[in-house]
Design a protein around this ligand. Sequence first.
Ligand SMILES: NC(=O)c1ccc[n+]([C@@H]2O[C@H](COP(=O)([O-])OP(=O)(O)OC[C@H]3O[C@@H](n4cnc5c(N)ncnc54)[C@H](OP(=O)(O)O)[C@@H]3O)[C@@H](O)[C@H]2O)c1
Length: 188
Amino acid sequence: MIGNPGSDIYHTVNYSLMKPKVILFNACTVNGLIARKDGSEDFLSDVHWKVFVRLAERSGCFIVGRNTFDLYKDDEDYSLDRIRAEKIVVSHRGIAPAQGWYRARSVKHALDLVSKWKKKEVVLSGGSLLNTAFVKAGAVDEMVVNIDPTVIGKGMPLIDPVSAQLNLKLLGTKKLGDDIVQLRYKVI
Ligand SMILES: NC(=O)c1ccc[n+]([C@@H]2O[C@H](COP(=O)([O-])OP(=O)(O)OC[C@H]3O[C@@H](n4cnc5c(N)ncnc54)[C@H](OP(=O)(O)O)[C@@H]3O)[C@@H](O)[C@H]2O)c1
């Protein structure tokens, strides 16, 4: 039994053999914010974009939330379309995704698509709401977090406040440039 159709509850029993590894990648400020309240990320370094593209192309697929998709779909400098990987946008709505995109209606649906493509891993890059949905569904296996040397007062958190807890094991750290630190964790 793999859960109700459309359900975000990800039952690992029976399904774990097929489940792709989900790597949550986000860049954030030292106080854990990934964007300003208005959605802009002007305070973040360009380095993070390059890291995301590299991870997504290595995995062969990536997943974003509908707000992130909307924000970047016409962006020439940070074009999600140009990334050489399968692309999934998650939305409850029956939106017609752009060419080269798949629309998933739930966390489980997104992972079913990735499994169908026989990809072993997928990069998830929320925003807040979608990251949170994956965390609540118990579907995140690894986290790669780039810490920008910035603090901003208000903004969107990496994970929205939820009554969920992830216990993490540190897999590695890397210094990117002079001031950025990358933390890599396994969810245990
Ligand atoms: N710093 C970083 O690394 C980074 C990375 C990615 C994004 N961001 C930033 O994050 C911000 C956007 O974050 P956000 O929290 O507003 O939005 P988001 O997570 O990008 O998208 C939220 C939308 O995704 C859909 N969704 C979420 N959970 C779902 C579920 N369980 N089932 C079906 N659909 C679901 C819903 O779309 P519908 O309303 O259509 O149903 C929801 O409104 C942007 O400012 C972006 O720049 C930052």
